[in-house]
Write a protein of this length. Structure first.
Ligand SMILES: Nc1nc2c(ncn2[C@@H]2O[C@H](COP(=O)(O)OP(=O)(O)OP(=O)(O)O)[C@@H](O)[C@H]2O)c(=O)[nH]1
Length: 594
């Protein structure tokens, strides 16, 4: 092609505006077609074709009948739909015109509103109270069931505070339950206290009945949970290195002897009772040598009684932890959380507790334990611990609350070592007086072990606490069973059960209902106030909870206003309502009682 021809050639390029116009037009026409297609009756995907062969003599007649049937069905459908439409319209009209219906509706809504309001007002608190009430009842029932069903009852306490983890009413309840039951005290977690301390406690507790020290296996594995495994060349100072059980052989031989002496043909049932987290389930797992019961460092893991067969002669029954109440002068957090009877996450204010723990040992002790540098205040310690744990909140601020909770958890799990001492006077004996038995009597002979040297040697061989710092704490004595009046009357007559006080704060009481813990010591170095005023502590707070409460209150206010408005409207309608008799109603004339 010549150069001139190329120059004269018309370009095929279309301006963008025109191109878009075309695209728009195509889309519009597509939409129109779709709309029209929607208006047309849809053809069913699978239309059944009636095929009648031409040879059929009555083909025409059959086709006519089919058509007539189809028309009849369509007519019926249309009538049904029309009737339904009319009914709906009628109902809609009636709903707003009849005074009676209006009043009914208003009443219904008001009732619903009141119910809802109650739910919002104290919903969380009351529901929680109800659940707690139910669980309190069910836990007590389970405990009673275990006591009733068992021939031998093993009461488990914590070696760190054997008196503080005993319940003064348990012995009375066991005594008053039908049948002659054997009651044996198991001092578990023996590995957490120095040997001399354990010796002293066993000597003291023997005044009240048979006592057996124990160290349950804390291995997480499912099977082959080992009993003591001797390796004389190896000394295991760290309990995490070898978490074997010590005392299982002794306990098993005592139970077997009991069966033998009594010439029992059937198996005996051994109930395991005690406060939450004393290690009841761990003892069962150790005796069974496998994970038969759930175990955990949190309280309330066991929720119902559970039977575990050890052999043809012995059946163990696990029970949920006994629910106890705190003395009136004790702070709930301190009393329950430091006994591990309250989940650490439900502790409203963990700082006073953390400070309490920090006060009990020197700065150097905690520095060594957590591998942190020296600190001057609890705030600094908690901040350093939080950083060490990698717990930071928004803006890289150390999560001191999490650090405080972790410190409480360490206290409960035994990372921080502490022990108590048996009382020197007889003041605490009164609480356990019902348990005082004559050890020499034939009744308890089977479970009285005079020589515990073997057990102690095994313990010494594996766990040597002598070079570890163990804090000395004062025991506050046995706790009291928490139950309600009905249960008291139902079960054990005049047993020394303290009735539940409705005003009593519960261990897991909701945040907004809890009274603030009163600072015990004004001159205290670790003042709660001081901690709270620290900006680091102020950062977290309960902001989300406060926001939720505020939102709920706002919602409630709005609903109340709306409801009031509705009620006023109905009242207005009622005021203007007349019977339309034409005459004015006169009370004196028309309403006359003779
Ligand atoms: N160091 C040590 N820890 C123990 C011992 N026995 C149990 N534990 C630990 O204590 C915690 C509680 O043990 P559990 O067996 O669940 O206690 P429980 O009494 O059944 O608890 P609840 O089911 O809540 O009543 C667990 O973390 C166990 O690992 C022990 O002899 N020594």
């Amino acid at each position: 092609m010549s150069l001139k021809g190329l120059k004269n050639r018309k370009s095929r390029r279309v301006p963008a505006a025109r191109r878009y116009k075309i695209i728009k037009k195509i889309a519009a026409s597509k939409r129109k077609k779709e709309k029209e297609a929607k208006k047309l009756p849809k053809k069913s995907a699978k239309q059944k074709l009636i095929q009648i062969p031409n040879v059929c003599p009555f083909k025409e007649k059959i086709l006519e009948e089919v058509e007539a049937d189809k028309a009849r069905r369509e007519e019926e459908k249309r009538e049904r739909l029309e009737k339904l439409k009319l009914e709906r319209q009628e109902a809609k009209k009636n709903k707003h015109t009849t005074l009676e219906s209006m009043v009914n509706e208003a009443n219904q809504r008001a009732e619903g509103h009141i119910e809802k309001e109650e739910g919002v007002n104290d919903g969380s608190y009351q529901n929680q109270q109800r659940t707690k009430e139910n669980s309190l009842k069910s836990y007590f029932k389970e405990f009673k069931k275990v006591v009733d069903a068992a021939d031998v009852i093993l009461e488990v306490c914590d070696a760190r505070d054997p008196l503080g983890t005993r319940c003064s009413e348990v012995t009375t309840i066991i005594r008053e339950s039908p049948g002659q039951k054997k009651h044996v005290l198991i001092v578990n977690k023996a590995d957490l206290v120095p040997r001399e301390n354990l010796d002293k406690w066993i000597k003291y507790l023997r005044k009240f009945g048979p006592v057996i020290p124990f160290k349950a296996s804390t291995q997480a594995q499912k099977n082959n949970i080992g009993h003591r495994r001797f390796n004389k060349n190896k000394q295991h100072k760290n309990i995490n290195q070898l978490s074997t059980c010590i005392g299982a052989d002794l306990l098993m031989s005592l139970l077997a002897n009991y069966c033998r002496n009594k010439n029992l043909k059937t198996s005996i049932r051994v109930g395991i009772v005690g406060l939450p987290n004393t290690g009841k389930s761990s003892i069962i797992n150790s005796l069974k040598r496998r994970k038969a019961c759930l175990v955990g460092a949190q309280p309330g893991i066991t929720k119902a009684m559970q039977e575990v067969e050890i052999d043809s002669n012995i059946k163990l029954i696990d029970s949920p932890g006994i629910i106890f109440q705190r003395p009136k002068n004790e702070s709930p957090d301190e009393f329950f959380a430091l006994k591990n009877a309250q989940h650490v996450n439900t502790v409203q204010d963990p700082f006073p507790l953390a400070c309490d723990i920090l006060k009990r040992a020197t700065v150097m002790y905690f520095c060594k334990l957590y591998d942190i540098t020296e600190y001057k205040s609890p705030e600094e310690f908690l901040a350093k611990k939080a950083v060490k744990m990698g717990k930071l909140i928004r803006g890289g601020v150390p999560d001191v609350r999490a650090a405080a909770r972790s410190l409480i958890q360490d206290w409960n799990t035994g990372k921080i070592k502490y022990c108590t001492h048996p009382p020197v006077d007889n003041s605490m004996d009164i609480h356990l007086s019902a348990a005082i038995v004559d050890n020499s009597s034939s009744d308890n002979k089977e479970f009285c072990v005079d020589n515990l040297d073997e057990f102690m040697n095994q313990l010494d061989e594996h766990y040597n606490l002598n070079d570890e710092v163990v804090m000395d704490i004062e025991t506050k004595g046995p706790v009291s069973l928490r139950t309600n009046k009905k249960q008291k009357n139902e079960s054990y007559g005049e047993a020394n059960i303290i009735e539940e006080d409705d005003d009593e704060e519960m261990s897991e009481e909701p945040v907004n209902k809890k009274k603030k813990r009163k600072g015990a010591d004004e001159d205290d170095d670790y003042k709660v106030k001081k901690i709270k005023s620290d900006p680091v502590f102020r950062l977290e707070g309960n902001q989300s909870l406060n926001k939720q409460n505020k939102d709920a209150a706002k919602k409630l206010k709005k609903k109340r206003e709306k409801n009031e408005k509705k009620i006023t409207n109905v009242a207005d309608v009622l005021e203007n309502f007349s019977l339309e008799t034409g005459d004015d109603y006169d009370f004196d004339d028309d309403y006359n009682i003779e």
